[in-house]
Design a protein around this ligand. Structure first.
Ligand code: MLT
Length: 313
């Protein structure tokens, strides 16, 4: 850069803590990442690129960034970064894998509880100046079997919080050693068994070629009637069209969704149904999580730009 300092380009809205943690040894610039032409122009000078989930860091962006050494993802999911393309160019990719896990887990619980009691639909009736107390009859979490699909960092936090509600948790996770699940006191089962036993299902998987569309009409057919399902992980893990059908038929009593196939999503049949609770990808949107994501990723970027070893956060 003109200043002689490495350029760190911030392409999504990140917490002020990010800039504070980066300090004076780098030059910080901003660009609106989803604006492709602007992004391609701005990355030309960038030594580091910081993103959240809205900016897609693909082969085209990487090719436009000859000086780039590191991509920092201020969050957990790396599905918006084409890692093989980065690796091919020798660009390091780091995330902040623990920064927002408590926020994500708490939001999943918020969706589960809201779906059990139809909180948004009931809220809406009062805003419409009606008192429809007899229209709302919820279900208790207590004594229910909850199926946690994906027992990684976030799924484990969700499971431990569910214990306080006196639920029985079963989990599906093909990568978690049985011994670790036993330590956690959680019964690991195959996905189809989870589908058939759970009253409530909550999904905590990354989006990959293996997990996309994992929960579809065929899986719903194996479920009990009237299940509740929650996705605060990634859009597309549950096939949206199949979920809409299952919500209409009553196979699924209610769904809580923080993520959608394609985001931003402002129009969906899911928004027309009374038995959905929907939020615009807010799982990580807390002051605490954004502060941590920003500082964690800033620390990794500074180390990488100094040519130092970047430890796992
Ligand atoms: C994540 O993967 O960390 C979340 O989707 C939140 C975010 O995009 O910041």
């Amino acid at each position: 850069s003109a200043s002689g300092r490495p350029v760190v380009l911030i392409a999504d809205k990140l917490a002020q803590s990010t800039v504070d943690a980066l300090g004076d040894s780098v030059e910080v610039r901003w660009v609106d990442g989803p604006d492709r032409p602007k992004l391609l122009e701005a990355v030309a000078d960038a030594d580091a690129l910081l993103v959240r989930s809205a900016t897609k860091v693909d082969a085209e962006v990487l090719a436009a960034a000859p000086k780039l050494k590191i991509v920092g993802r201020a969050g957990v999911g790396l599905d918006n970064v084409e890692i093989p393309a980065a690796t091919e160019r020798g660009v390091m990719v780091v995330n902040a894998p623990t920064s927002n896990i408590h926020s994500a887990a708490e939001h999943a619980l918020a969706l589960i509880l809201s779906a059990c009691r139809q909180v948004p639909a009931a809220d809406k009736t009062l805003r419409e100046h009606t008192w429809k107390r007899s229209s709302f009859n919820g279900v208790e979490l207590r004594d229910k079997t909850v199926g946690v699909v994906g027992l990684g960092r976030i799924g484990q936090l969700v499971a431990s919080r569910l214990a306080a509600f006196e639920t029985h948790v079963v989990a599906y996770d093909p990568y978690l050693p049985a011994a670790r699940a036993a330590q956690l006191g959680i019964e690991l089962v195959e996905l189809d068994e989870l589908m058939s036993r759970a009253d409530i299902i909550t999904v905590h998987l990354p989006k990959t070629a293996e997990t996309a569309g994992l929960i579809d009409a065929g899986r719903f057919a194996k479920a009990k009637d009237g299940i509740i399902i929650v996705n605060a992980a990634r859009g597309g893990l549950i096939v949206e069209a199949d979920l809409v059908e299952a919500l209409k038929s009553g196979k699924v009593r209610a769904a809580g969704l923080d993520v959608f196939d394609s985001e931003p999503c402002t129009d969906s049949p899911l928004f027309e149904l009374d038995n959905t609770v929907v939020t615009p990808h807010l799982g990580a949107s807390t002051a605490e999580a954004q502060d941590r994501a920003g500082t964690d990723v800033a620390r990794s970027v500074l180390l990488a730009l100094q040519g130092e070893f970047v430890p796992d956060a």
